[in-house]
Design a binder for this molecule. Structure first.
Ligand code: C2E
Ligand code: CA
Ligand code: CA
Length: 728
């Protein structure tokens, strides 16, 4: 009967539309989050600064605030302080980049209840928002029932026993005289088991002194109420208890002294009344944030930040004691093949298995870290001889060579290991890492699957040298070619553009694709000359198309970081386009997201000049790897090209498909042109078309073909422009 009473008093808020305030100084992020939440049915208001947030909070009621911490002027923490002071009834979720990790912790202390990392994952953001709103509703329900049920004692008891907190009373000796029903759920004791017992029987030894002081202060009446975070012991005999690690529970303890007046009017201490709130969940969130800041999510190994920290310790220790240590760089052989043939999900599983196998070969004081991709690094402190490092390396190689069984596949893997010793191979972190890296490449060069110690005679670019020499020759002998891949409007299958892709017709090795020579071309900066040559031959082709009277279409040109680094890149680009008397708006340049983030300082300026000239700007391989979308603010982007990996996974993995959804929503929110590449089948085509992709590229319509074949393709479909007819 009491339970239905609470339900009848449910506040109207449950059926109301939820109103979310998003506070962020990054406009692009603000708009993308707005789009995401609106599409999911939330009412959304935006604030671009802390000051604006406070004004908006004064003007309207919100149920949830998504709050950026780092903002100029009034920052997120100050907004939180305001919310706390004004006693606003709402949930706060912090949206923050990695750099503000310590402030996230502070934010949680100031009442923020959850945390989303930037750049956000749309699915995670939606889950966090809906959980936050659910928490808000639960709290409101409780508050409103507490308000309306205060009249009678019976109802009072109802609340006390249904409070999520453990409520207790102690007599003057510190013995329990009352506990509510919650004690069984939280600590696993029956009420009778605790009544008559001294409070210290449930306090963790670590907190014993602190808590004695806490309660005696109450008795002395120094403070009316206070709270402390303590660990309580749970009843181990009761296995239904949920807690941090099954024998303790972290609570926030509150207490207030109870007094009665005697005949003379003097106050006499009669006992203590208090409550304890389970904060294990909050603790876990804090631990999780702590952990995430220093660990790789996939393998749970330390990340680069923690690794650097351990390296500094190793340096300090080695300098103090004169001991040596070793640094090992490891890279799986042919891992790309696994990713490409079996998919990312399997690739990820393999990385997890590999890291477990390596860990089994190590001592407790060794640090294994994943540097990203299939690269690992290993720090072996207190190593006296090369022989002992060699035996670790051999152990690892042997462990990795054992077949892996993943989803009914039997996989055979191997690794290449490079070792550098402190101090002979380097005395700083950079030089030591570089030496280990060079040694690793030496192994790759000598047929992989092995290890090697660094030596001075190694040349870091040795593995590239022969390719580099060949490429000089290839430029001279005109062995490079530009191929073209059609870009198609998915609604009417008309060709709307072409992407120019580089090929190398090698006299001995046959037709080579960029993945076989581009890295070496980048490394040696030869890509600058190759790129210039490519642009000229692209222009020549376009002139030929125009002479044939073919419709004007956009041509995409890939630009690599080494090209963008050239001071006169923009001038040369414009000069070439002029020379062929072509309009700038025919061209779109594609810059990969990675190279944007690694790019030089003045990159934005160069891109602005090209855009001003009339060239459009596309971000290639968008969404790959963790990146910050901050650049969208200062780089004038026209187009996002969704990375092939997302499109590939559309038919087999629903979670990936959701990432594509998020990207599409964001592109819409930012008013950008959206291109999907790597579309190989009708299912993928259908999906990306429904997402609103304006252009599609992929084997479904056609792979890149020679310039000659590209022209033939456009000529053979003359009626209202070149188009494809797809099989159904
Ligand atoms: P990208 O810009 O991401 O180019 C798309 C790649 O995907 C091309 O590989 C293309 O042939 C391939 N592709 C197209 N459709 C499909 C499909 O349906 N399925 C699959 N699995 N793949 C598809 P490609 O030609 O080997 O180029 C590789 C990368 O080399 C390019 O990636 C680009 O970053 C770079 N690149 C190519 N040409 C140039 C160039 O002239 N200059 C520079 N700097 N980089 C270039
Ligand atoms: Ca491209
Ligand atoms: Ca791409």
């Amino acid at each position: 009967m009491q339970a239905t009473m609470v339900q009848n008093n449910s506040p109207a808020v449950i059926t109301e539309q939820s109103h979310v305030l998003i506070v962020d100084d990054q406009l692009s992020l603000l708009h993308s989050m707005q789009a995401l939440l609106r599409i999911n049915g939330y009412q959304v208001t935006l604030a671009r600064s802390g000051g604006e947030a406070i004004t908006k909070l004064q003007d309207a009621d919100y149920q949830l605030v998504l709050l950026d911490l780092q903002m100029p002027g009034i920052d997120g923490l100050e907004v939180l302080e305001y919310i706390q002071q004004a006693e606003l009834d709402l949930e706060v979720v912090v949206v923050s980049g990695e750099t503000t990790f310590s402030s996230v912790k502070e934010a949680i202390h100031l009442g923020a209840s959850d945390f989303v990392r930037k750049p956000y994952n749309p699915e995670e953001l939606l889950t966090t928002v809906s959980q936050g709103l659910e928490r808000y509703r639960q709290k409101r329900l409780l508050v409103s029932s507490e308000h309306t049920l205060t009249e009678s004692e019976r109802i009072h008891r109802f609340i006390v026993n249904n409070s999520p907190d453990f409520i207790y009373m102690l007599n003057t000796q510190g013995v329990f005289t009352y506990v509510n029903d919650m004690v069984e759920k939280l600590l696993g004791y029956k009420r009778d088991e605790l009544l008559g017992k001294h409070f210290s029987s449930i306090i963790h030894a670590h907190n014993a002194d602190e808590i004695h002081k806490f309660f005696s202060e109450q008795r002395a009446g120094e403070r009316a109420t206070q709270s402390a975070e303590v660990r309580l012991l749970v009843n181990q005999a009761n296995d239904r208890v949920q807690s941090l690690d099954n024998y303790e529970l972290v609570v926030e303890l509150n207490a207030v002294g109870m007094y009665e007046e005697d005949q003379t009017g003097e106050k006499i201490f009669t006992g203590t009344l208090g409550s304890a709130r389970d904060v294990t969940g909050r603790k876990r969130t804090q631990d999780r944030i702590n952990h995430q800041a220093y660990h790789d999510l996939l393998t749970r190994l330390p990340n680069r930040a923690l690794f650097n920290d351990r390296m500094s310790q190793a340096f300090a220790h080695a300098r103090r004691t004169g001991e040596n240590f070793a640094l090992m760089f490891m890279d799986l052989d042919r891992f790309k093949l696994i990713n490409d043939t079996l998919g990312h999900v399997m690739g990820d599983r393999v990385l997890q298995f590999v890291s477990e196998r390596i860990l089994d070969c190590l001592r407790a004081e060794d640090t294994l870290c994943r540097f990203g991709g299939d690269e690992f690094s290993l720090l072996l402190p207190n190593i006296s001889t090369k022989e002992s490092v060699a035996s670790v390396a051999e152990k690892i190689l042997k462990a990795v060579r054992q077949p892996f069984h993943v989803n009914n596949h039997e996989l055979y893997l191997s690794m290449s290991l490079g070792v550098a010793m402190f101090p002979i191979d380097g005395e700083t972190r950079e030089t030591l890492l570089q030496s280990a890296d060079i040694a690793m490449y030496q192994v790759k060069d000598n047929g992989k699957d092995g290890y090697c110690f660094y030596s001075d005679t190694m040349n870091c670019s040795s593995n590239f040298i022969s390719v580099e020499r060949d490429m000089y020759y290839a430029l001279e002998k005109q062995q490079f070619q530009v191929f073209f891949q059609p870009k198609v409007n998915p609604e009417n299958h008309m060709i709307v553009g072409m992407e120019a892709l580089l090929r190398w017709q090698h006299p001995q090795r046959g037709l080579l694709y960029p993945d076989e020579f581009l890295a070496a071309a980048e490394e040696s900066k030869l890509i600058v000359s190759i790129g210039e040559w490519a642009l000229r031959s692209i222009c020549q082709e376009i002139v030929r198309w125009q002479q044939q009277g073919l419709p004007k279409i956009k041509v995409s040109v890939n630009i690599s970081p080494a090209q963008l680094e050239q001071d006169d890149f923009v001038e040369r680009f414009i000069h070439t386009v002029h020379e062929f008397k072509l309009a700038a708006d025919i061209f779109e340049i594609e810059i990969s997201e990675q190279s944007l983030l690694r790019g030089p300082q003045n990159l934005a300026k160069k891109i602005h000049s090209l855009r001003d000239y009339g060239v459009s700007i596309a971000i290639d391989d968008f969404g790959r790897g963790a990146s910050s979308l901050g650049y969208l603010q200062y780089i004038p982007v026209n187009t996002l090209k969704i990375d092939r990996s997302f499109v590939r996974d559309i038919d087999e993995n629903t979670q990936q498909a959701r990432i594509v959804d998020g990207i599409a929503m964001m592109a819409k929110g930012l008013n950008l042109n959206l291109v999907a590449e790597g579309v190989e089948n009708l299912l993928q085509l259908d999906y990306v078309r429904n997402l609103g992709c304006h252009e599609v590229q992929g084997y479904l319509y056609g792979a890149a073909v020679s310039a000659q074949a590209a022209m033939a393709m456009m000529e053979s479909r003359p009626s209202n422009g070149p188009h494809f007819i797809l099989p159904h």
